[in-house]
Design a protein around this ligand. Structure first.
Ligand code: UDP
Length: 326
């Protein structure tokens, strides 16, 4: 059992990971400023409402608990917004991570699992994408995460920090045991928007139909949030056991187009998805699919959710129990 600080633990992937860590027997404290996350996602008695840039509050938190490691989720995540407000993304994501690393240094915490993203690759040259592909983000969100990865790499080289960076592909679904799910405000992600369209009858917009893909819509690698949570626990356990660390893709290796996701939602719900075709969204690569052999081999990580339908069904179960009719 380890004593862990989870930043961004009130968010979607962070809260699933907190619940999974507790199940695995770890002791967890959550740091979240609630700018995006929700207090109701955090297990009772574990929330500390603190901003990463508040050094005094960070010192208080680190002094009150002898953390052995940090899992760092706290970040803004909307690709489109990052292109409109890059300053906020660099300040919050890259600057916030630096502030966290400073606090860790002040308090002698030398292990971190970092929530990175497939957006570091930009428009990949090889698909499925291996970790050593060129890193050429095409939006400030991806760059803000890559800058943090670069910082981690140098701290590891120069000061012995141990880190794992997990480059997620498209997190989706929900874990019914935990009662948490995808609730961004505003929602920008495809699967929850499709499910909301079914409930409301208001169409979801498909962003672009002229990509170089079989049906013209973007292809993504959807990975269940519970499988991602498990990847974090495995990465943490590995670092705690003296593992070297490194950078890993976290995806299933299977790609689905936007239209295929719509068809899967129709199959799961038995209802038609109202949708319209729209313009491309700035900063969207055509295809992002992971080569996750490294994660599977090194950490023995095997995604349990194998089909898109299973993933969408778990999202639908959450949406059906939490919808406010919007
Ligand atoms: N997408 C879409 N309509 C929407 C939201 C997303 O067509 O209203 C597409 C988007 O262009 C991308 C895919 O769905 O190809 C997944 O987007 P999402 O925002 O869920 O995740 P991202 O790939 O940006 O991490």
């Amino acid at each position: 059992m380890a004593k862990i600080l989870v930043t961004g633990g009130a968010g979607y992937i962070g809260s699933h990971t907190c619940h999974r860590l507790l199940e695995a027997g770890h002791d967890v404290q959550v740091l979240d400023d609630l700018s995006k996350g929700f207090a109701h996602n955090v297990p009772e008695g574990r929330l500390n409402v603190v901003n990463l840039h508040d050094a005094a509050a960070m010192d208080k938190l680190f002094s009150a608990h002898e953390f052995e490691a940090v899992i760092h989720f706290a970040a803004f995540i909307a690709v489109g917004e990052s292109s409109r407000e890059p300053e906020r993304y660099f300040r919050n994501n890259t600057g916030g991570s630096l502030a966290l690393l400073d606090a860790m240094k002040r308090h002698g915490v030398r292990r971190i699992v970092f929530s990175s993203t497939a957006a570091v690759y930009g428009n990949p040259e090889v698909v499925p994408i291996p970790e050593n592909s060129a890193w050429k983000p095409v939006n400030p969100y991806g760059e803000s995460k890559l800058m943090t990865e670069t910082t981690l790499r140098w701290l590891s080289e120069c000061s012995g920090l141990k880190y794992v960076a997990l480059r997620y592909f498209n997190a989706c679904g929900a874990e019914p045991r935990y009662g948490v799910g995808e609730e961004h405000d505003p929602e920008t992600h495809l699967i929850p928007l499709i499910l909301k369209a079914i409930r409301s009858g208001k169409p979801v917009t498909v962003f672009g139909q002229d990509y170089a893909t079989p049906d013209g819509t973007c292809i993504r690698d959807y990975v269940h949030v519970s499988d991602l949570a498990e990847a974090h626990v495995k990465a943490l356990d590995w670092l705690m056991a003296g593992g070297e660390g490194g950078v890993f893709n976290a995806g299933t290796g299977h790609g689905f187009s936007v239209l295929e996701v719509i068809r899967a939602a129709e199959a799961v719900t038995g209802q038609k998805v109202p949708y319209i075709m729209g313009e491309r969204r700035i900063g969207d690569p055509a295809v992002l699919v992971a080569d996750s052999a490294k994660l599977q081999k090194t950490l023995n990580w095997i995604p349990k959710y194998a089909t898109l339908e299973e993933m969408v069904a778990s999202a639908w179960a959450f949406e059906s129990s939490h919808s406010h009719g919007d």
